[in-house]
Design a protein around this ligand. Structure first.
Ligand SMILES: [Fe+2]
Length: 210
């Protein structure tokens, strides 16, 4: 069972009740902050910029790919966690991307969605691998993730198969100057058959508490 108190509040309660004692040379708030930091099971998902193409209130659609849309179909899924590794229920996951040719729908909501993660933090959507567009080096999907009690996260998902990386994202991810972290470049799994291939990408989100 997860406590309603934050870890820091629980430790402060321990200190107040005398089950935690801090050495005379240490300040309690400093100890609590350092303790909480050391207990983090997961690193927060790195921030990446919002960009100019965000639109509020995209519809709740799970399938962004209309029948006959060109491009490689991709299924993206993941879970939303906090830094302690607990699932964050009911997060709002807003995503937006270009179509396969690198064009954003700036008047409507094609390839845009507001997803509701479920009670176990799961979210998923079907789309196509986005294209490249002038001004940006790599293919990417934008994310804005919000959940009660957590800091909003703006980030972007990249594809390890992006030709820009020459097959070696470890070495080449900095070819896109906006990629702040290698972790944002996700591996791609192909399933199906050559006539109906489906790419699958997993992207876990780790939010910091407010
Ligand atoms: Fe973009």
């Amino acid at each position: 069972m997860t406590s309603a108190l934050t870890r820091r509040e629980l430790l402060a309660k321990c200190a107040a009740l005398g089950t935690l004692t801090v050495g005379a040379s240490l300040l309690l708030p400093t100890v609590l902050a350092a303790w909480e930091e050391q207990e983090k099971a997961l690193k927060p998902t790195p921030w990446n910029e919002l960009g100019p193409f965000y639109r509020r209130q995209a519809p709740h659609v799970r399938n962004l790919r209309a029948a006959g849309d060109p491009g490689l179909p991709v299924s993206v899924s993941g879970r939303v966690f906090n830094v302690r590794g607990d699932a964050v229920p009911n997060a709002k996951v807003e995503i937006w991307q270009t179509n396969h040719a690198g064009r954003y729908d700036i008047n409507g909501y094609r390839y845009r969605s507001t997803l509701n993660a479920d009670k176990s933090g799961k979210y998923a959507f079907d789309s196509v691998v986005p294209g490249h567009y002038p001004g940006r080096v790599c293919q990417h999907i934008h994310y804005l993730v919000t959940a009660d009690g957590h800091k909003p996260l703006t980030t972007q998902l990249y594809f390890a198969t992006d030709p820009v990386f020459d097959g070696d994202p470890d070495k080449n991810f900095t070819r896109d100057p906006l990629i702040t972290s290698r972790e944002l470049v996700r591996p791609v799994t192909i399933t199906g058959d050559p006539k109906a291939m489906l790419a699958a990408v997993t992207f876990e989100i780790v939010l910091e508490r407010l």
